[in-house]
Design a protein around this ligand. Structure first.
Ligand code: EPZ
Length: 429
């Protein structure tokens, strides 16, 4: 099992390019199941979760060509299987995104019910409820969700999400584009990834309006066609690199990003004293110039507020800020797994329920730590980059799920980081 070996304390400097958004590419790949024609997706990040999603499409019968690393040509002409099996779903819960398109196009879908994950129980009850509101019958059969459209086609209707759900909104959008009549999604998620998926679906011939607001309208159509689309930049990767520059007291030019997709993050980081300048629509310049970081409170909320996927990285930064900061996690019930590891490095953090109080500024020391989930592993990398001495991060397979070539990208801007195997890590000691 790979580990990262980091020797910290060096300011990062240089230029880094952002990859396509994992959380947009996943639903966009699923959406290709809605048409028998070829859909070409550009700017697809080369990360583990997208490799798993591609495998799912191929298992269902689609052909996937990759003319180049970040482009996929998908043709879902001969779909004979309508099932996302347990083996795949247990490795990646986003496989549930196959439910909506399979149900929408073929009137049937079977997906293994995803179990909980490190950050929470993460049920999909709201997805299933919305499918029922579109006229589907949904049952649980030996661990699998089996959904059917009684008349072979879903019926457009008003659907209500008690809680904002990103993949829930995406699943219902993909189910409703081929339904009979009009669907309205109330209390819809507003993340940029939702807008990107809607843009792709509309290019395929769907009729979706007001994606990006909390009320999305979808007029069902008879069929969808092939098209070409480029995935938006990854706003969480962008946020992670902004923090990397700030926590190492470095200077970074971050390009191929979309600053308007992370206004809440940029706003909060500016409050803490990080200088962030938009050089143009897709490039920002980040520096700290040795100025003090100020502790600032944050509460995670659905978009457009501060994203939960930046909470762990922000916490690492707050260990280097003067004063006390309160971090409240409102989206997932178990998303403080990085706290104990940051404390092993010398951070001063107290948690109670969904609240963490960080007492900064503390001197971080290199240590052996363990990643528990994707964003927690990113926060440990950031802490290791500013810590004195060596940090060894175990279970970095978590970070490979959502960050493309992170070691190479960090090395290109001056980080002393390497990927090592178990045996190498042992000998490094
Ligand atoms: C998406 O997960 C992202 N994943 C997550 O990113 C992200 O943290 C999350 O949205 C919130 O922004 C992808 O897009 C693939 P939710 P999702 O449904 O859709 C509860 C990362 O690090 N809920 O918006 O699964 C749920 O338990 C990942 O890249 C129900 O109770 O999240 C949670 O508390 C991690 N019932 C809340 O709603 C449901 O049916 C929000 O979850 C659905 C959700």
């Amino acid at each position: 099992m790979d580990k990262f070996l980091i020797r910290g304390g060096k300011p990062l400097n240089g230029k880094v390019e952002i990859s396509g958004a994992k959380n947009s590419a996943l639903p966009c790949l699923a959406a290709t199941l809605l048409t028998p024609e070829t859909v070409t997706l550009h700017n697809v990040p080369y990360v583990k979760d997208l490799i798993t999603q591609r495998r799912l499409l191929e298992d269902l019968g689609a052909t996937v060509l990759t003319p180049e690393l970040h482009t996929q040509k998908i043709k879902a002409k001969n779909i004979e299987i309508f099932e996302a099996p347990y083996e795949l779903v247990k490795t990646m819960r986003a496989s549930v995104l196959a439910l909506g398109p399979l149900l929408g196009r073929f009137g049937q879908a079977k997906v293994s019910l995803p179990g909980g994950c490190a950050i929470g129980t993460r049920p999909i009850d709201l997805h299933l409820k919305a499918f029922e509101q579109l006229g589907a019958t949904v049952s649980l059969e030996s661990g699998d969700v089996v959904a059917r459209a009684p008349k072979g086609r879903l019926i457009g209707a008003d659907t209500y999400f008690e809680k904002v759900s990103v993949t829930g909104t995406e699943n219902v959008m993909m189910a409703a584009v081929l339904a009979k009549g009009i669907t309205t999604i109330h209390n819809a998620a507003r993340e940029p990834e939702i807008e990107d998926l809607a843009e792709l679906l509309n290019k395929m011939g769907a009729k979706i309006s007001s994606a990006g607001t909390d009320t999305i309208k979808i007029e069902g159509v008879e069929g969808l066609n092939g098209t070409e689309h480029s995935i938006i930049p990854d706003r969480i990767e962008t946020g992670t690199f902004i923090v990397a520059a700030a926590i190492t007291n470095g200077e970074l030019e971050i390009s191929k990003c979309q600053p308007k997709h992370l206004e809440a993050v940029i706003g909060k980081l500016r409050e803490t004293g990080v200088e962030i300048t938009e050089l143009d629509e897709t490039t920002i310049f980040v520096k700290r110039n040795g100025s003090q970081l100020n502790a600032k409170d944050v509460t995670t909320q659905p978009h457009p507020d501060f994203p939960t996927d930046m909470q762990a990285q922000y916490m690492a930064l707050m260990t280097q800020a003067e004063g006390e900061s309160t971090i409240v996690e409102t989206i997932f019930e178990n998303r403080f797994m990085h706290v104990s590891e940051l404390k092993r490095m010398g951070a001063n953090i107290h948690t109670s329920g969904n609240t963490a109080i960080v007492d900064g500024k503390t001197r971080l020391m290199g240590a052996k730590v363990q990643a528990s989930d994707l964003r927690a592993s990113a926060s440990l990398v950031l802490a290791g980059l500013c810590a004195e001495g060596e940090t060894i991060i175990d279970r970095v397979y978590h970070i490979d799920r959502g960050y493309e070539m992170i070691v190479q990208k960090l090395r290109n801007i001056g980080a002393n980081i390497e990927r090592v195997s178990d045996s190498m890590a042992m000998s490094a000691e």
